[in-house]
Design a binder for this molecule. Structure first.
Ligand SMILES: [Zn+2]
Length: 240
């Protein structure tokens, strides 16, 4: 029991240290050279900015669009993982979705887009999917905070626990949340064969949190915490 407690303290300290290093590195921008302090693995992290194209996702009362925030956060994650020596692939790199010219209605575009994302992930060996979204809860403007959902895989569950711990420590103080299995109706999460986590970074139904989510500083902090949480999971995986 003492050993387990000791390990937990060490793990928490390691997480704090990693996050602090990432945050201080971000604060010291711009950094021109890319180097690899940690050779994470041969795996590929697929970074998925939710929505795009005609589907903007949810939106804040000030017009802040979920699809835009998702892409901004994904871009910051891409940069951080590059710094960590980790290969990444983005499902979308701009505001366009993955539908084709033959998809005329929004319904067709959404189906075609999500199937293309699944195909992309399932076509990559050693993929790990991190999907970024924003939440909205009608009638509860006070609800806020980041929450992680995971696909049906033990790896995904372990990663979700680590990322949620990191988010609770840095983003959700006194507002801790539990990670949860992704609802089965989330097509992407139910159909990818790779382990996958989906992060609802915050609530656009909360005006204050919407402003935070749109700010560069908060996005940098959020992405550093997510990367640190993932690193924590990945390190444990490697030593298990
Ligand atoms: Zn979404």
């Amino acid at each position: 029991m003492v050993i387990r407690l000791h390990r937990r303290i060490l793990a928490a300290a390691a997480l704090l240290l990693t996050t602090a290093i990432l945050l201080s590195w971000i604060a010291a921008q711009p950094v021109r050279t890319v180097f690899s302090p940690v050779q994470m693995s041969e795996s590929i992290i697929v970074l998925d900015a939710g929505h795009g194209g005609a589907d903007g996702g949810t939106s804040g009362s000030d017009g802040t669009l979920e699809s835009t925030l998702n892409l901004q956060i994904v871009r910051r994650l891409e940069w951080l993982f590059l710094f960590l020596g980790q290969q990444t692939v983005l499902t979308r790199e701009d505001e366009q979705d993955l539908s084709g010219p033959e998809d005329h209605t929004i319904g067709q575009q959404k189906v075609s887009d999500i199937r293309a994302r699944v195909e992309l992930v399932n076509g990559l060996d050693g993929a790990f999917l991190i999907s970024i979204h924003q939440n909205y809860l009608t009638g509860h403007p006070e609800v806020h905070g980041a929450q992680v959902f995971y696909s049906q895989s033990e790896e995904a569950h372990q990663a979700a626990l680590a990322v949620q711990d990191a988010l609770n420590l840095h983003i959700n103080p006194r507002n801790e949340k539990n990670c949860k299995p992704a609802p089965t109706e989330v097509y992407l999460m139910a159909h990818v064969t790779a382990p996958a986590i989906l992060i609802e970074c915050g609530f656009l139904s909360n005006t204050q949190e919407t402003q935070l989510l749109a700010s560069a500083d908060y996005q940098k902090e959020l992405s550093a915490v997510i990367a640190a949480g993932y690193l924590q999971y990945h390190t444990k995986e490697g030593t298990a």
